[in-house]
Design a protein around this ligand. Sequence first.
Ligand code: UN1
Length: 506
Amino acid sequence: MVEAFRNFIGVRWVAGESGRLFDDTNPADASDVIGRFPLSGTGDVDAAVAAARAALPRWRAMPAPARGEILFRAGALLAERKEIVARLMTREMGKVVREARGDVQEAIDQAYLSGGEGRRLHGQTAPCELPNKLGYTVRVPVGVCALITPWNFPVAIPAWKAFPALICGNTVVLKPAEDAPACASKFVEVLAEAGVPEGVVNLAHGRGEEAGAALVSHAGVDLVSFTGSREVGAAVAAECGRTLKNVSLELGGKNAAIVMPDADLELAADGVLWGAFGTTGQRCTATSRLLAHERIAAAFVKRLVKRAEALVVGNGLDARVEVGPLVNREQLSRVERMVKAAVRQGARVATGGRALAAGEHRRGHFYAPTLLTSVTPRMRLFREEVFGPVLAVTTFRDYDEAVALHNDCEYGLSSAIYTRDVNVAHRAARDLEAGITYVNGPTIGAEVQFPFGGVKNTGNGHREAGQSALDIFSEWKTVYVDFSGRLQRAQIDTARVVGGGAAKQP
Ligand code: UN1
């Protein structure tokens, strides 16, 4: 009997209104069904939003340090359950179990970071123009936040969004990706156990086009935080524009690692390999392009090919496996299509370039770690996110060309440069159009205490994690206190001339 999971609304686990369900399957073994989840519709979303609205006044009135304590408990519970959640994650979306533990750890880190913010949430103060007058700012919650999350970091990303939202005093409705609903359920279970009051956290499973769309257009939602594709992100932003909601977007990436001729090539190989094939290339921050200096390119690619061919691909629950499956059949087909198209346009397969479907791979969606050389900027593979274990290699003659190639891209999330030249490293940190630049490190592995996000079509100017997440999930209230006991008109409303210079005075 396959378990039927539920939505979480108010304080209860409830079935979806329509009774329609979808299957959650193991990408390493399509015959393994993890559970059935509700296909929520507008009725379910209405109920979730109503619960979140009802909970808002009390939650925002609770002192932030007390909200923080709940987040600390959530962090501790996640730490206790790390192994169970990690194994469920591997089974549900395929990432190898070592990385799944890291995903849970990122959520734990975020819980403690946000919990600590409960005692900070710093505002500003500045001198006022008039005597006996005080001005200061406080962060106030935005309201009901719809959090729409992807499957590739099924616990970490809900945590990046929910914990900052909650510490700021918002209530939330989470709509997780259809490919990782069980992890989201575990995450919400932990929050409920940690003592989040009724209605503060709600969970509605289902499809983006139904549950997601219903949330985004809902009049009771004040903010939408979305991580996913550029196309869906643009549609979400358009709808939020129409209904004047706050919206924060984390969209695609086409991250490049630049390898200069003076680089430590063994270190660069370690970093490029990990960045390209870690999480089967299914990170927004994955190294999707390698820009290699022409002098070292051939030897460097040879080294990478040898290492890529030694990677063990398989079921991520097996501790020896280094590269898991793609999340679903559609993703596998997309990778196959993109590689074939690039080859038709003249790219060369240095290794991989095919699905793995025999023997132990026959029941899952596996693709061989792939390196394509002779990739040029006119190919789709140079510009479009693959979200798979595919590295596109392009060579360059000098630093300026490397930067031009790097920046010839609609996205700008993560970037990396390998060099021993401190001047080149600092120039790259300045010149690469990206939200994140790593010097002598892979494009993946961002830490939660720093802003996370990108420029250009990667987002709409927001940064998650770090303190910057608070700017998404709170608004500034400015408070003026006049303790003079009389009407003091503001400087702009008095006849006194200030700052005009003596010449202008009558
Ligand atoms: C993502 O791929 O959506 O920087 C997030 C990293 C991780 C987060 C990736 N901390 O690789």
